[in-house]
Ligand binder design. Sequence first.
Ligand code: ADP
Ligand code: MG
Length: 213
Amino acid sequence: MTLVVETRALKFTYQKDVVFSYSDITLNQGDVLFVLGRSGSGKSTLLNLLAGFLTPLSGEIVINGTLLQQLSPSKRDVFRGRNIGIVFQKNVFLRSVSIWENLKWAAYAADVSFDAAHAEFLLEKLGISEKKHKKPHQLSQGEQQRGSIARALVNRPKLVLADEPTSALDDENALEVIDLLKSTALQQNASLVVVTHDRRIVNSDDAVYHVSQ
Ligand code: ADP
Ligand code: MG
């Protein structure tokens, strides 16, 4: 088992008044964790800490053996691009170019070579291969979320973070998208953290982490 995520005594504050304290997280390769909690409890904050977009007040975050806080901001950006794939609630594609170009851009931005065969494999598996030359806005919400998964996974990250990936989707799409997110992440032996308040997508046998503030 390879340890992918380890947090220790993690605390964070935006303005010193409210301090978020997170119980420790340990994730091995292939683990899936659902982060639950009411709105405003600090779920997105936790995800942004794991992604290295925010810096802890105290405590440690180790991703793939690297202590995030010891990286300079620019090194953290490179580290994120290579090791972490992120799926947001709404897509964050470049709007003026195709889905395919967006996948290429994800590799370029992370300074890794673009694996076209892997990109094609992901688009096939996600069922949007025939839409790859369309621009993001020409796809439905569900298709855009599938495209977001492809973009998050194209660099074969060790860790995939998803923030409310299904909340803009109808029931059928929500279940399909979460299944695809899980299966594509697991196929790459990545760990997956899904922040959600969407009870539709959490099964009784899923590992759950509660954020409470
Ligand atoms: P959740 O994702 O669980 O709904 P968030 O992690 O987004 O919650 O936010 C937790 C709390 O922190 C909320 O009360 C929110 O208003 C506050 N917050 C989020 N971002 C900022 C920020 N940039 N500056 C100050 N407060 C923030
Ligand atoms: Mg949130």
